[in-house]
Design a protein around this ligand. Structure first.
Ligand code: F0G
Length: 458
């Protein structure tokens, strides 16, 4: 019989401790943190699933690259290695390094955003939306129908609703739409992939109207793997070739190298349009740095170049995607409402179904985040009305379409027994779900409020 067990495709050379505390201590920590886990110190967290961003374990090759990083102000060979790698994947001639994804967004939307402009997406991530809004423009999400029901499985729930795209372009006016953005995979919609057919269809509509298509490429390799596994015609194609095809339909891309480049910091903006690239480079120089380092050190550029190559390894991606499925299957078997199918970088709990007794204006997602921390020291993040809620003119909450809790799995960091522990804690909380109470906000910022909001039990 063929061996079925999928193992971690690495062995561990360097370890760091994790920190244990008691449930009583965690109750107090959470109260002092005003029920916002962003303000808890990482040493008070046992398993940190807050984000997969910047939390990857780098490989020995990446650490070797760190030592080889050339710190020249201009024209460092580390930059050229980085630039070549980005060009190899995207075929875009202009590559602009930034210190992280949102720096690329800030520069891009400063150049093309502004009042009266609209950016249409499958789903904009929070920093992307915030940078668009900060420029004075508006973001519009057009997610496909399957993407709206967390519990209903479908292969490509990150797809854009193509039927809605053209009418939206025409309604808002082509001249007012600087670009369409596909977030790949769709983080805020559950780490769900976008199919090649969808990218192609969106690109064809964009082309017809002369609107550029951009890709938010943070998790491009995970998306390429889903295409290989789920989309007819791609089973025999390599990940790099699938990724190249994805980018071939786009005029530009933003990327946070803190995700699918296994780097602890970094990002880039890549473009076909020379005029826009010049404008972005000018903004880069006054905010991030000279064009051959952006906001990064030479060593970071090396780590990113190597990480971009490593992430396209199929053994790695198989293990990566299987880890999410493994946790999802365990939770499903216990009846926990969990997003299906599993996403590429995270497992998402459906907090509305988990805690039906808590109304959306008492933030069921955040209540669940707090319960998971209290029960097992697991830090997760709410992706629901605390993150995306708005107020109408009467100060009433306009809730987010979904109330999710994300368990983002850092790359190459936790082992299967860590994941088994996580499953056990969630199932324990699920059994006690009737005891969990809602929260209300007592203090909040106008943008990205979830990072700093203070809450208390409702
Ligand atoms: N786009 C997407 C789809 C993201 O997931 C993120 C970050 C960004 C842009 C911004 O990149 O953090 O390097 O500035 N997502 C992290 C997360 C923070 O936890 O999902 P950044």
């Amino acid at each position: 019989m063929p061996i079925k067990t999928i193992i971690e495709p690495f062995r561990i050379k360097s370890v760091e401790p994790i920190f244990f505390n008691s449930k009583e201590e965690r109750v107090k920590i959470l109260r002092d943190a005003h029920y916002n886990v962003f303000t808890i110190a990482s040493r008070q967290v046992l398993i940190d699933l807050l984000t997969d961003s910047g939390t990857s374990a780098m490989s020995s090759r990446q650490w070797g690259g760190i030592m080889e990083g050339d710190e020249s102000y201009a024209g460092s060979p580390s930059f050229y290695r980085f630039e070549n790698m980005v060009k190899r994947i995207t075929s875009m001639p202009f590559v602009i390094p930034t210190h992280q994804g949102r720096a690329s967004e800030k520069i891009l939307f400063s150049a093309v955003g502004g009042k009266g402009k609209y950016f249409i997406s499958n789903t904009l991530f929070d920093t992307t939306r915030a940078n668009i809004e900060f420029s004075g423009a508006e973001g519009i999400d057009l997610i496909c129908e399957e993407g709206k029901d967390p519990l209903k499985p479908a292969p490509f729930k990150g797809n854009m609703n193509v039927d809605a795209l053209e009418p939206t372009l025409l309604e808002k006016g082509i001249a007012n739409i600087p670009m369409v953005i596909l977030t790949i995979t769709n983080n805020s919609g559950g780490g769900q992939p976008v199919s090649m057919a969808n990218i192609k269809a969106v690109s064809a509509i964009c082309k017809k109207h002369g609107v550029p298509l951009f890709i938010d490429a943070c998790r491009f390799a995970e998306n390429a793997y889903f295409i290989k596994k789920r989309e007819p015609g791609y089973a025999d194609r390599g990940i790099e070739s699938i990724a190249q095809e994805m980018f071939s339909y786009a005029q530009g891309a933003t990327m946070s190298a803190k995700k699918d480049a296994f780097a602890n910091i970094g990002g880039f903006l890549s473009l076909h349009d020379e005029k826009l690239a010049m404008e972005c480079r000018n903004l880069l120089i006054i905010t991030e740095g000279f064009p051959t380092y952006g906001g990064l050190a030479g060593r970071d550029l090396e780590a990113i170049a190597i990480g971009l190559e490593e992430v396209m390894d199929e053994n790695y991606l198989q293990y990566r995607i299987r880890s999410m499925e493994y946790l999802t299957e365990k939770l499903m078997a216990a009846g926990v409402p969990v997003m299906q199918p599993a996403g590429g970088h995270a497992v998402y709990l459906d907090a509305k179904a988990f805690l039906p007794q808590i109304p959306v204006d008492q933030y069921p997602g955040q209540a669940l985040v707090c319960a998971l921390y209290t029960e097992g020291g697991i830090r997760t993040v709410e992706i629901g009305s605390l993150m995306f809620g708005k107020y109408d003119q009467h100060g009433q909450l306009i809730p987010a379409p979904l109330e999710l809790v994300r368990l983002a799995i850092p790359r190459r960091v936790y082992t299967q027994s860590h994941i088994d522990y996580v499953a056990e804690v969630i199932i324990e909380v699920f059994q006690k779900r009737n005891e969990i109470k809602g929260l209300r906000i007592i203090e909040e910022a106008p943008l990205l409020r979830h990072f700093t909001a203070k809450l208390q039990p409702a």
